[in-house]
Write a protein that binds this ligand. Structure first.
Ligand SMILES: *[C@@H]1O[C@H](CO)[C@@H](O)[C@H](O)[C@H]1NC(C)=O
Ligand SMILES: *[C@@H]1O[C@H](CO)[C@@H](O)[C@H](O)[C@H]1NC(C)=O
Ligand SMILES: *[C@@H]1O[C@H](CO)[C@@H](O)[C@H](O)[C@H]1NC(C)=O
Ligand SMILES: *[C@@H]1O[C@H](CO)[C@@H](O)[C@H](O)[C@H]1NC(C)=O
Ligand SMILES: *[C@@H]1O[C@H](CO)[C@@H](O)[C@H](O)[C@H]1NC(C)=O
Ligand SMILES: *[C@@H]1O[C@H](CO)[C@@H](O)[C@H](O)[C@H]1NC(C)=O
Length: 485
């Protein structure tokens, strides 16, 4: 208990003896030309010590330089390089009996060379010297600007890269960062220069191949300085040769057609001043009239109009040509009649039906072939059959619709485990089928059925059937029966 009291007393004693301190900000910054306040407060002890003198010093590169001195009996002195720009903030410092507890200085019209550490030193009696330090940083706002290399850029056919714009951020401290924002497919070059006074100049060139596509494109330079964004935009003005195409020929110029014309369309900057027409290895027809950028053919179309027409468009940058080959036909070109859509629809339906039938038949054939290879091919010695003549093509789709309804196609699945029974064949009596139409091999069967879809050839002879179910395998079998015979 007694020991702890002693410790507390000791602590208070130490604080009382070492109680003076100099309070300052540790860092301070300002822009060139602006004013900063460098704080310096002396915290005295109780009982107070006596302040003999206060000295402000600039500390740079290991050397100290006096800035200002305040002395209770001699007054205040601000030294030459700082005389116009440094003052004590508190008027009491300059009084006849001054108060020197607050010796904060106002530093105005900052220069880059003012960047240094500043020491505020209190000389006291009997405690001796107390001091502290503030580091002053001086910033310089850069001059930022973007310039077009030339007001108008000319796109040359050689497609050479060139600097179209420059973005400059000069004499900044700290240094700026330049970026570009554009849809142009160009590239930027960057360059930075360190100045003797500590500032940095950053320059960036935007390089692009000028072309018709780069005309009117926006180019934005973004300069970031000290968390501050400065943007500047330009719109490129690119001059280029005419891009020419000839309109008006629709591929259907037939004899006696009236009022045909050709028009030379050119995209150009600056605009086209001269259009010239000619015909390759020939001359313009006598019936033609030239109106601005159009060729008007008076009267009816004749064979005389056929030929390759060339239009040459010229602007301040150059001349480019476009051409069109005009063919004249005797009759108007056949155009699909309005009913064409119906025809197409009908065709699609017919095609769908054909595919469905073809797939079914194909499946049947595959099964057949499979079973036949499993058994002795007793069909090879059948008399060779000739392929039946294909039906007239134009009647085919109606034939199919007429004879093959869904009831006519049956698919039977014979499971292996079921007792083998004579399968049911839903078909016309075999006598009604001429033997010569019967295919002689499995392969042929398929060809014929697939290709012709002839109802007669789709019926099988009894011998074909017996060979199929003798295999006793899984068999899918279709019979396609002509509904009316
Ligand atoms: C500071 O000192 C370095 C070498 O110690 C010297 O290169 C530099 O120029 C000095 N700067 C100033 C501002 O005197
Ligand atoms: C202030 O500057 C001095 C010397 O230039 C340096 O040693 C010190 O670390 C700096 N202090 C701060 C807080 O930047
Ligand atoms: C710094 O130096 C550059 C180049 O000498 C000069 O153009 C610029 O004005 C200077 N900046 C300041 C703030 O003195
Ligand atoms: C057109 O003229 C060119 C030379 O100008 C020649 O080479 C070409 O054979 C000619 N064609 C016709 C169809 O006369
Ligand atoms: C064609 O030229 C005439 C003058 O010759 C002008 O009045 C007219 O506007 C022009 N037409 C077009 C479509 O440029
Ligand atoms: C026009 O006729 C020429 C031959 O006279 C031919 O080579 C060309 O393909 C035709 N062009 C068209 C669009 O019919």
């Amino acid at each position: 208990m007694l020991a702890s009291v002693w410790i507390v007393l000791l602590a208070v004693n130490i604080e009382a003896g070492d109680g003076q301190s100099v309070q300052m900000d540790s860092i301070k910054s300002g822009f060139v030309g602006s004013q900063v306040e460098l704080r310096c407060i002396f915290v005295n002890s109780n009982p107070p010590v006596k302040i003999s003198q206060v000295t402000w010093q600039k500390f740079l590169n290991g050397t100290k330089q006096n800035v200002a001195i305040a002395n209770p009996s001699l007054g205040v002195s601000v030294l030459p390089p700082f005389k116009e720009r440094v003052t004590f903030k508190q008027a009491a410092v300059r009084h006849r009996t001054p108060s020197l507890e607050d010796t904060t200085i106002m530093f105005s019209n900052l220069r880059l060379s003012d960047e240094a550490a500043y020491i505020c030193e209190y000389t006291t009696f009997p405690a001796g010297n107390r001091e502290n330090m503030v580091n002053l940083t001086v910033f310089a706002r850069p001059q930022t600007r973007m310039t077009l290399t030339t007001p108008t850029i000319v796109a040359r056919p050689q497609k050479r890269k060139m600097t179209v714009a420059t973005c400059l951020s000069a004499n900044g401290k700290p240094q700026s960062v330049i970026k570009w924002d554009t849809r142009l497919k160009g590239e930027a070059t960057f360059q930075e220069t360190q100045n003797a006074n500590g500032t940095v100049t950053v320059r960036s060139n935007y390089v692009v191949v000028p072309s018709r596509e780069t005309h009117k494109q926006k180019l934005t330079c973004i300069v970031t300085y000290n968390n501050e964004r400065i943007t500047d935009s330009v719109v490129l003005n690119v001059q280029y040769e005419p891009e020419v195409k000839i309109e008006g020929f629709d591929g259907n110029w037939y004899l006696d057609r009236q009022d045909v014309s050709l028009t030379c369309k050119a995209d150009a900057n600056p605009p086209v001043t001269v259009y010239q027409w000619k015909v390759v290895n020939g001359s313009l027809p006598s019936t033609v009239e030239i109106l601005n950028n159009s060729l008007i053919f008076k009267g009816a179309v004749t064979y005389e109009l056929a030929g390759t027409y060339v239009c040459a468009a010229t602007n301040g940058i150059g001349t480019r040509t476009g051409l069109v080959q005009v063919n004249v036909t005797e009759k108007p070109m056949a155009r699909g009649p309005p009913g064409g859509v119906l025809g197409v629809l009908g065709g699609v339906v017919a095609a769908g039906l054909l595919i469905a039938i073809a797939v079914t038949v194909f499946m049947v054939c595959r099964r057949q072939q499979k079973t036949r290879t499993n058994t002795d091919n007793d069909l090879t010695d059948l008399p060779p059959a000739h392929k039946p003549a294909p039906p007239p093509p134009k009647k085919r789709s109606s034939d199919l619709k007429g004879h093959l309804t869904s009831d006519d196609i049956q698919v039977l699945t014979l499971d292996k485990k079921l007792p083998l029974q004579p399968p049911y064949y839903d078909m016309v009596p075999s006598e009604s089928i001429p033997f010569t139409n019967k295919p002689n091999s499995g392969h042929r069967d398929c060809d014929v059925q697939y290709a012709e879809l002839d109802t007669a050839s789709l019926a099988y002879s009894p011998s074909t059937r017996s060979s199929m179910h003798s295999a006793g395998d899984l068999v899918e079998y279709a019979t396609i029966q002509p509904s009316s015979h």
